[in-house]
Ligand binder design. Sequence first.
Ligand code: UD1
Length: 340
Amino acid sequence: MKILVTGGVGYIGSHTVVELQKSGHEVVIVDNLSNSKIEVLNQIHQISGIKPECEIFNLDDRAKTFEFFKNHTDIQGIIHFAAFKAVGESVANPLKYYRNNLISLMNILEAMKEFGVPNLVFSSSCTVYGQPDELPVNEQAPIQKAMSPYGNTKQISEEIISDTILNGGIKAIALRYFNPIGAHESALIGELPLGVPNNLMPFITQTAIGIRAQLSVFGNDYNTPDGTAIRDYIHVVDLAKAHVIAVERMLHKKSKKDFEIFNLGTGNGFSVLEVINSFEKTCKAKLNYKIVGRRAGDVEQVYADTKFANDELGWKAIKSLDEMTLSAWNWEKALAKKIK
Ligand code: UD1
């Protein structure tokens, strides 16, 4: 089955392409390389033995998007990753986020209708829950007002999809990611943040390798056992596998509703200090960090109720926190070797 992976050169996209290929699917990627490097295609080739077809253009361009679908009439499903994801940048430049994330999605949905492509997997985020009243948080928890334009694009995207599928012809699954970290075991693909990383894991590995002088831990006065904020970190390969299952669920007509939503997490919450401890253990070194004030917009704690995904998708995240931090470290070391 031919699957379109938008943003397939990026972090989660590239890992998903590898898992799709492993499951026998043919993949075509569309990416604008705004936050990724084209060399990733060669790395995918090294892992899977197959270099995926890839077209470089912006999905916010409706004419190009339609042209692409006109030339690829055999696509059975779409996994739509292509989007901007930096929370801080979205506050500084909201329209950039609304334009890119929403118009791309609408172009894809219109093209799906026009060219009869029935199945969509959408990258959503646990950010839609804000600080939930009950933990672990399940898919029925109320959506809270988004803390950032980035978060709002995820909420609005889910609504756009939900309204669009009512007219029939399209099925969709939204996957709400918790905190994806780690890298492929080959250390050939991983997270490639351009510039200073916003997220915890790449900041840790870049500090350990000497690219950054010091990690700032944002707040130790939260109402948590060690005072630092708690998240549900999930290995990117576990996450990638869930995408294959989700798209196959639709291809094999196993969806129970036209629009289904699943949490993708491990169900375990870890604090920032626990992640640092795991990292220090796996990389056998002390990490230079200091506690600073809270970061604006951060929630205190969030972790997933994974029962629905486990039962319905027959999927479970299996990799431990130590496996996540070790694979992230191996990836950072492999990158450093390449640069030398
Ligand atoms: C954020 C978004 C999430 C988005 C993801 C991808 C929110 C609430 N979450 O996740 O929706 O999909 O980014 O970009 O908007 N931390 C430090 N020092 C650092 C970096 C992070 O202490 O240098 C802490 C944070 O305060 C947080 C934890 O580490 O407690 C994880 O942060 P991060 O990796 O940025 O992810 P989220 O903010 O959870």
